[in-house]
Ligand binder design. Sequence first.
Ligand code: GDD
Ligand code: MG
Length: 376
Amino acid sequence: MKAILLAGGRGTRLRPLTVHTPKPIVPILNRPFLYYQIDLLKQVPEIDEVILSLNYQPRRIEEIFGEGEGLGIRLRYVVEPMPLGTGGAIRYAGDSLSESVVVFNGDVLTEVDLAAVLRLHRERKAKATIVLTPVDNPRAYGLVETDARANIKRFLEKPGEDEITCNTINAGIYVLEPDTFDRIPKDTAWSIERSFFPSLIERGETFVAYIYDGYWIDIGTPAKYLQVHRDIMDGRYSAPPFNNSQGPRGSHGSEGSRGAYGSGMHELHGSGLAWISPDARIEHGVELQGPCFIDEGAVIKAGAKILAHSVIGRQTHVEDAAVIDGSIIWPNGWIGPEATLRGSILGRNCHVGRNAVIDSPAVLGDKTVITDYSRI
Ligand code: GDD
Ligand code: MG
């Protein structure tokens, strides 16, 4: 059985982070996002191949996953000649398929039991089964109404304020029957949410919901990107670096490979856990507040404070008396002496001058230079 990961969107809401890093591979802690999804797919032994459906900057994604060696599952890339939308992309990637296929939006992180979703799909002999999840505000999602037998009665993408009738939304995880794909026009941009799903309802076909109220998030905005890190660090989602035996990266392994990381976990006095790579250098007199994450090659100088929910990327230097509070810094950054960062996200190779203050919620693209004493 195959799984298609829709990973071709432009990630506009995460700009400027996605200018050079497509959304499917933005780092979560220190692993490109898609690794987390592939881990979930691997829990279903029946799934033997992942098809990455790409469009925006496909080479960057291919550089990370290569031929898929060491991934533990077969990998195939399908690159669209132009953005085909979610429906067009599924048709383009799934044209030759003949058995049920699992489809995932490439930006959702969840612990849903996929095997149970598949079971429901088969029991109900559905043409399509989609996972629904409850949210506080469905505006930014696809609103889905169901009846008492979990049949889908209405699918409304990005509902207006006055159209909200329930709190269950499309979680972006589907089981589909490829014999329906010929209804999706070939080689034109087409939305699975706006056209295909409503058409199943119009035709009265078996279209079923699997309702899941465990961990689920779409990482596609800066606020959600910060949120997913807080959730992982607070143990609301059990990501690999945090379950002791599996590490985020081997010292010299490919990105996402799992070296031992157990020795990097520290219980801080009364303030939670810090995950510190054995290859990071923390000078005496640094104040650490958990939970926080410090990746390999990072250097934290005396008098600096790394406060809760901060992530210090690979090879990033935090100079003396700088304060990093609830912020995420991608690799190769330099944070000058006495600078302060709060609730912000910094792309790769950012330079923050001495005494600069960056307050939430700033999002700085790769190679941003903030001069000494600036206030953002
Ligand atoms: N290959 C390919 N080609 N992938 C695409 C394209 C395309 O043209 N357009 C979007 N994608 C991918 C994105 O990379 C993303 O992984 C996924 O399809 C969904 O696109 P988003 O742009 O993130 O959509 P959304 O978050 O506004 O809404 C979707 O997700 C919600 C759940 O997070 C919809 O499916 C909603 O119904 C759903 O509730
Ligand atoms: Mg999304």
